[in-house]
Design a protein around this ligand. Structure first.
Ligand code: C5P
Length: 224
């Protein structure tokens, strides 16, 4: 089985990002480049990282009218991404057109509900009911639209996997054992997320901010 760890390369400068990647590349399965990286380093930056030989997850979270999203999908073929993201709240037609425009073999996954939104924030945007209900509703819509899967938290992935057996699920927000936030009960480890059905584990700071990133990545890999 291939390594499910995708390193979130949320690093503002390109050379340190490449240096980090060189150190950990033997222990990860791919690299996630987000909006911050793309806006800062553009096409050049993506190509520089892609030349290092690992699969690229382009996390640009597209959300626009179907025609625009489809055109953007076509424009990113040049990077040959393994995984790309769109917002499920863009609607069914947008997701269908995004999938149709994606390169063959590229996984198109939907963001359901940003974890930065709590129940009050959701209500303020006109979304009533719990965050879980909204995640499940949008996951169903993504499934119906023919996407490959969704992005979800380690707390939700088990529930989503039950409803969507062959889905491709991307899970961020993970913390290896002992890599504590104060609130240990809510921490999901990479291993637990994997056991609950995650296909891809997005891990950033537990590796990038570790004293020894190579060792941190190796240790996480070993738990899987
Ligand atoms: O927290 P960490 O540095 O491991 O985050 C890795 C990546 O996952 C970051 O790019 C972050 O934006 C993303 N993330 C997310 N949802 C969360 C937590 C993190 O999309 N709940």
């Amino acid at each position: 089985m291939s390594n499910p760890i995708f390193l979130a390369l949320d690093i503002p400068h390109l050379e340190p990002a490449k240096a980090l990647l060189s150190k950990v590349k033997a222990h990860i399965g791919g690299v996630k480049l987000g909006l911050e990286f793309f806006c800062a380093h553009g096409s050049h930056g993506v190509h520089e990282i892609a030349h290092m030989g690992l699969p690229i997850f382009l996390d640009l979270k597209f959300h626009d009218i179907p025609n625009t999203v489809a055109a953007a999908m076509q424009a990113i073929h040049v990077y040959q991404p393994a995984i790309v993201t769109v917002h499920a709240s863009g609607g069914r037609a947008m997701m269908e057109d995004a999938k149709a425009a994606a390169a063959e073999g590229c996984k198109v996954v939907a963001v359901t509900t940003l974890t930065s939104l709590d129940a009050n924030d959701l209500t303020a945007t006109g979304v009533y009911g719990s965050a879980e209900t909204q995640v499940m509703r949008l996951a169903e819509l993504a499934h119906a639209a023919g996407l490959d899967g969704v992005v979800c938290s380690g707390h939700e992935v088990g529930m989503v996997r039950k409803a969507w057996r062959d889905g491709y699920f991307v899970v961020p927000g993970l913390r290896p054992n002992g890599g504590g936030t104060g609130d240990q009960k809510r921490v999901v480890t990479p291993r637990a997320a994997r056991d609950n059905g995650a296909s891809v584990l997005v891990i950033g700071r537990p590796i990038s901010r570790a004293e020894d990133p190579t060792e941190a990545a190796r240790a996480i890999e070993a738990t899987l």
